[in-house]
Design a protein around this ligand. Structure first.
Ligand SMILES: Nc1ncnc2c1ncn2[C@@H]1O[C@H](COP(=O)(O)OP(=O)(O)O)[C@@H](O)[C@H]1O
Ligand SMILES: [Mg+2]
Length: 303
């Protein structure tokens, strides 16, 4: 079973902009999935296709293994849009009660549900305040509460922390992890890399409408290879290594050997063992999500 699946999904807007091109994606139950990409990459377009707000010009999208046109799936998901657009004439509490009503939650339960969620997102004190007086950060918190009102199996968040301060971001992260701990799935679009890195089980990187990378943080960060540090290399070992695919940097008789993958690392270790060389240490060189991200979108990470 998959929670979200797309097959060759594409969108060309009227006017000719190709926002999404041949997207194949699968999101599994119980994972927090990060959908990353710079502005204009096609993240919000993907979400709108999943929600059936717009129609694809190619391919198909599925929610809970059914077509996105099936209205029942809407009952099972929660959505926090990029710019939160809530009815401002309500108080926070009334607004949530109203949305609880839309989901068919019993009148007697609505008030309690609203207050629980206001507490969860840190808005209990603003419960009786008009939504028109909420700050941007408060609106984003209220938007999250609204998206959680039906305790959704799938929570879709579009740039959810853009208006939040660091405390707000930490609160959001905790709420998402708690949601996952209860077996729910979260699909989160973001360009804030550090946020996603700390919360997502898997990430996909979108570049100009095309999926560039997808995998667990471990899979994506394993890409850089291995570094072996060895001491007292005899000339024969240096010769042998010079014909291998590894890159050898000598410091006197000591060497730092960079291996692109596990195969090269195994080969280097064999050569060194045959020459009875002391291997000081072997370490996996990992990339931060930032390096992966900038690598994927062809821009240098600024240090
Ligand atoms: N309604 C629309 N009509 C025409 N072009 C659009 C529309 N919405 C988005 N686009 C274009 O599609 C591309 C992807 O946009 P979007 O999905 O919003 O990206 P992201 O959410 O990753 O920033 C951009 O080039 C954007 O200008
Ligand atoms: Mg967007």
């Amino acid at each position: 079973m998959s929670i979200i699946r797309t097959e060759n999904l594409g969108k060309v807007y009227k006017g000719g902009t190709t926002a999404l091109n041949g997207l194949d994606l699968e999101v599994h139950p119980g994972e927090v999935f990060g959908f990353l990409g710079p502005n204009g990459a096609g993240k919000s377009t993907t979400i709108q296709l999943l929600l059936n707000f717009i129609r694809p010009t190619a391919g198909t999208a599925f929610l809970f293994d059914g077509p996105v046109t099936c209205t029942k799936s809407r009952q099972r998901l929660g959505y926090l849009p990029e710019s939160v657009n809530l009815q401002t004439y309500y108080t926070g509490q009334r607004l949530l009660e109203f949305h609880a009503g839309l989901f068919g939650i019993e009148p007697g339960v609505r008030a309690r549900r609203a207050m629980e969620l206001l507490e969860l997102v840190g808005l209990l004190e603003a419960a009786g305040k008009s939504v028109s007086q909420y700050s941007k950060g408060m609106l984003q918190r209220l938007g999250l509460a609204q998206a959680l009102i039906n305790d959704p199996e799938l929570l879709i968040l579009d740039e959810p922390t853009s208006n939040l301060d660091p405390v707000g971001r930490r609160d959001f992260r905790e709420i998402l992890l708690e949601h996952r701990a209860r077996g729910k799935t979260v699909f989160i679009c973001s360009h804030i890399l550090s946020e996603v890195e700390s919360v997502c089980d898997r990430v996909a990187i979108l570049k100009r409408g095309v999926l560039n990378r997808v995998g667990t943080m471990e899979e994506l960060s394993g890409a850089k290879g291995f570094k072996i540090v060895a001491r007292d290399l005899p000339a024969a070992a240096i010769d042998a290594l010079s014909t291998s695919a590894a890159r050898v940097t000598l410091h006197g008789k000591n060497a730092t050997i960079t291996c692109g993958d596990e195969e090269v690392r195994d080969e280097v270790e064999r050569v060194l063992r045959e020459s009875a060389v002391v291997i000081e240490h072997v370490e996996a060189e990992t990339q931060s999500l930032e390096e992966i991200f900038f690598g994927a979108i062809d821009r240098k990470a600024e240090s």
